[in-house]
Design a protein around this ligand. Structure first.
Ligand SMILES: [Fe+2]
Ligand SMILES: [Fe+2]
Length: 154
């Protein structure tokens, strides 16, 4: 019996996705996101992993830079403030800039990844996305936020 994984199978895609983020995921700056509640119902690490994986899949489908989608998606919310109370309004509009500062402190960040992180809150953030990969992550971020709220609602 042939038990080889078909090319393009789900497990193969997960492995390929992981190969793009393997140097980031174990870093303490990323692991710390697990301690932060996100969208009230999940933690920030789970949200970033969801955005990374689905951005990777959509970029790959559209023949864009799937690696940049995966990496930018993982780091797009690399900030540590809780989005609550008075801070919420400003954080929510500008946290892409904070996330980019943090990402640059710990990792080598390419132009596409930087644009993805900085502009993922567009049109709330001042800067307009310059790359198609940024548009993908921007849309997937909203999609994941809605799904997480629905699936984890309690
Ligand atoms: Fe965000
Ligand atoms: Fe997000």
């Amino acid at each position: 019996m042939d038990t080889a994984m078909p090319r393009g199978g789900k497990q193969a895609k997960k492995r390929e996705h992981f190969s793009h983020i393997s140097d980031l995921i174990g870093h303490k700056s990323v692991q710390k996101l697990e301690d932060i509640t996100h969208h009230r119902v999940t933690n920030r690490l789970i949200h970033c992993m969801n955005v990374s994986y689905y951005s990777y899949l959509l970029c790959k489908r559209l023949r864009l830079d799937a690696g940049a989608g995966a990496r930018g998606g993982l780091l797009h919310d690399l900030f540590y403030e809780e989005n609550s109370g008075k801070q919420k309004k400003n954080n929510w509009r500008l946290h892409g800039y904070t996330a980019l500062e943090n990402a640059r402190e710990f990792f080598d960040i390419g132009d596409t990844e930087a644009d993805i992180i900085k502009c993922h809150m567009f049109p709330l953030s001042p800067d307009r996305p310059r790359y198609k990969e940024s548009l993908v992550v921007m849309v997937i971020d909203k999609y994941c936020a809605i799904l997480e709220r629905v699936l984890f609602w309690r």
